[in-house]
Design a protein around this ligand. Structure first.
Ligand code: CA2
Length: 159
């Protein structure tokens, strides 16, 4: 957004994180890095400012679906790391299908370099874009990319 522009939107960007990601930075640093989810959240917030971010993590599929519904009503865009639910959840796919704004699916690791069961994500079927393998920096890249998408199509912005 140009420095002299007024932001007409109060719609936040939802950054939703699935199961086990609350343990980031504590185990398997060779795969996921040693940054915690709280540090990733701080980076997303400073990247997005002055835009608001709703940054959340849950280990529950039902909770993720409820947050997607909330984003459908209140959000401008969704960045989602569904973690293991990427590969199992048609319910999350169905919820995301109802969202009309941009969706970035994000994985810290390159899921395609990993075991076979990490290769097929249902969410990729409807994601606007997929980021995988950039480590925790992927969240910052996703935040920048999704802001570009919102600004290219201001209807997403609620302004
Ligand atoms: O690379 C990613 O971001 C993943 O979405 C992470 C998921 C995995 O199921 C996906 O295939 C790829 C798993 C998250 C597990 O999180 C951990 C956090 C700390 C230590 C170990 C695992």
């Amino acid at each position: 957004m140009p420095a002299n522009a007024t932001m007409t939107s109060a719609k936040p960007i939802y950054v939703l994180n699935g199961p086990n990601l609350n343990r980031l930075g504590r185990r398997e640093p060779e795969i996921y890095g040693n940054v915690t989810l709280a540090e990733i959240e701080a980076r997303c917030r400073s990247t997005a400012a002055p835009r608001a971010i709703e940054f959340r993590q849950t280990n529950s599929e039902a909770q993720l679906i409820d947050w997607i519904h909330e984003a459908i009503d209140l959000g401008s865009a969704i960045i989602i790391n569904p973690a293991a639910y990427s590969f199992t959840s048609i319910a999350i796919l169905d919820a995301l299908k109802m969202f009309s704004g941009p969706i970035v699916e994000l994985h810290i690791s390159n899921i395609h370099k990993r075991e076979e069961h990490y290769h097929h994500s249902y969410v990729s079927k409807i994601a606007t874009a997929v980021i995988a393998g950039l480590g925790p920096d992927g969240y910052v890249m996703a935040t920048r990319a999704i802001i570009e998408m919102i600004e290219r199509n201001p209807r997403n912005d609620g302004g």
